[in-house]
Design a protein around this ligand. Structure first.
Ligand SMILES: Nc1ncnc2c1ncn2[C@@H]1O[C@H](COP(=O)(O)OP(=O)(O)O)[C@@H](O)[C@H]1O
Ligand SMILES: [Mg+2]
Length: 277
């Protein structure tokens, strides 16, 4: 169905499915004057609106692909964007290429501080979700064992750090395209206004969970680069608090997911509460 909608809209194109994403469907559109991709989401999904608002807000930032156009059909939103030729950052980690992984984490730190967190909510009148330490109604999380939820909740009883800045919300190697000219940051669906620590914690959490063997080295490289461009405080306790905040936010998004997915995130929440970052 998606393919026929795209073929009707852009006759004479060839469509190739794009792999590497976690949730949405995407295609590369070949045969247009410039290479484009189509990212498809449910029209009623608010994440897609946040992504669009955010991409339009930063459309002249060379760090992100430009949006070519968007349209809705049959209950789906089609976002047509420039195609960025390169490789997904997570592939570099999976290839165990340590030298390039270090360079990737150095650039992740630098761009986060200089191009993303420098955008302050007070300067810009664009509606994006407000990302607080507690982002959803914890009553919804009745699938989490009570004692565990209580422990997480207690940790989040902390003052939010810093003024609200642009938070990507799912920042990390899995959502950047590594090119010879630098990084391109994609997937702004979870973007919002909030603490700089939301993104920092997510990068450290992701690499510590998924790549424990290289986590210390890559986290240090990332934090060193971030701190070279920002004087905001970062500590291992703060990283843990904001990692729990992010994990609970994901857990609020999966209340309709199946049992195994929920169990996996309960395991991850436990792990986050016990980990040292
Ligand atoms: N404009 C783009 N150009 C090239 N590749 C892209 C582009 N946008 C996304 N991708 C690739 O597709 C993957 C999935 O897109 P993403 O926006 O992250 O969707 P999802 O929400 O499914 O994770 C990305 O991780 C990236 O590798
Ligand atoms: Mg993604």
């Amino acid at each position: 169905m998606f393919e026929s909608i795209l073929q009707r809209k852009y006759p004479n194109i060839t469509l190739k499915p794009l792999t590497g994403g976690y949730t949405n469907l995407a295609y590369i559109l070949e045969g247009m004057p410039q290479p484009l991709i189509a990212k498809i989401s449910h029209a009623e999904q608010l994440d897609g609106v946040a992504e669009l608002n955010c991409l339009y807000m930063i459309h002249d930032n060379p760090l992100t692909p430009r949006v070519f156009e968007t349209f809705e059909e049959d209950g789906f939103r089609f976002m047509i964007m420039d195609y960025v030729a390169g490789i997904n950052g997570q592939k570099i980690l999976d290839q165990r290429d340590i030298e390039r992984s270090e360079e990737l984490f150095d650039q992740l730190g630098k761009h986060l501080a200089t191009d993303i967190h420098r955008i302050r909510q007070v300067d810009i009148n664009v509606h994006l979700p407000q990302l607080n330490l507690i982002n959803c109604d914890l009553e919804l999380l009745d699938y989490i064992p009570k004692a565990l939820l209580k422990e997480a909740h207690a940790l989040l009883n902390h003052q939010d750090m810093g003024e609200p800045v642009l938070v990507h919300g799912d920042y990390g190697p899995h959502n950047v395209i590594y090119t010879p000219n630098g990084l391109s940051v994609v997937d702004w669906e979870w973007s919002g206004w909030g603490s700089y620590l939301q993104d920092i914690a997510w990068v450290i959490w992701f690499v510590t969970l998924h790549y424990p063997g290289n986590a210390k080295q890559l986290s240090n490289t990332f934090l060193h680069a971030y701190r070279s461009h920002s004087d905001q405080p970062v500590s291992s306790d703060l990283i843990q608090i904001y990692a729990v905040s992010r994990v609970l936010q994901v857990m609020c998004r999966i209340i309709h997911a199946n049992h195994d997915v929920k169990q996996e995130w309960i395991r991850r929440l436990k792990w986050t509460l016990e980990a040292t970052f």
